[in-house]
Design a protein around this ligand. Sequence first.
Ligand SMILES: [Zn+2]
Length: 338
Amino acid sequence: MKAVVLSRTGPPEVLEYKEVQDPRPSSGEAVVRVAAAGVNRIDVWIRSGLYPVKLPHVLGVDVAGTVEEDSTGSFRPGERVLIYPSVGCGTCELCVSGEEQICSKMVRLGQHRWGGYAEKVVFPSRALVRVPDGIELEEAAAIPVNFLTAWDALVRAARIGPNDRVLVVGAGSGIGYAAVQICKLFGSTVIATVGSDEKVEQAYRIGADLVINRRRSDVREEVMRFTGGRGVDVVFEHAGKDFWDTALSVLGVKGRLVTMGATTGQNVGIDIRAVYNKRQAILGAGIGTKADLIKILDLFARRRLRALIDRTYRLSDAAEAHRRMEASEHFGKILLKP
Ligand SMILES: [Zn+2]
């Protein structure tokens, strides 16, 4: 089969489109023919060497496709599936309670196993989830990392509701546009930041109540004006170091700052006196549970949530897709198709 192989880490050019051996399923595993794969920040971090992996490697955490064969017999050939990307040991307390994504022995597709930048993928059959009718496989491939992370952050960690004013940082990113939609689904008010004038309009179109172009306006000033000086109840933060001080400065009394990703760096300062005086909480989030994925798919089937495909590239143009993501030119999801 054809795949995009990473033989050494470095710039986008290290992504090499070439022929590799077809993957063979072990007991308990299934082979999925890839219809589309999502491009994520984690792919860029693995490619550049920030997240070390065993080389050669094939990237791709988000995969939707059709079943070729399933050693367990749970899925018929041709069934349309999405792969839940994290598989735990299956026996520890976390796994047994449905939280295999934080199991200490968790194996992630596209990180610990070869992923979706290929014509075929092999992964444990129990990670497969049927894609409901009415959802295209391209749309399905845009869901796992972005929507599961935004869901974990907003619904599980921050427990958003209709009274919450939420600051969504980087609304044009994959998790950012997912976060705006999930906030609106739960009735929250959304203040979104973006990095260009073009993205201002796009963020309003997906439901943001106030959009701030952080390159033109002072985010803190705009947030304080909009909230009458109170600040926000929730900050959805994945920018890391560069935005951290602003994120904390706009967090109101009893506010929850939920963080993930740390795109610009993970070492930050915290005025702990301000945190306890204002009774604030700082929460961590990441990929949600497999049950969350099934819930999210149902919301997609009922058109309560939607994928926004920024651009689709051929698998052979994976380097170009990475350049677009690293330049933050995209709004929504970047996909690869074999
Ligand atoms: Zn486990």
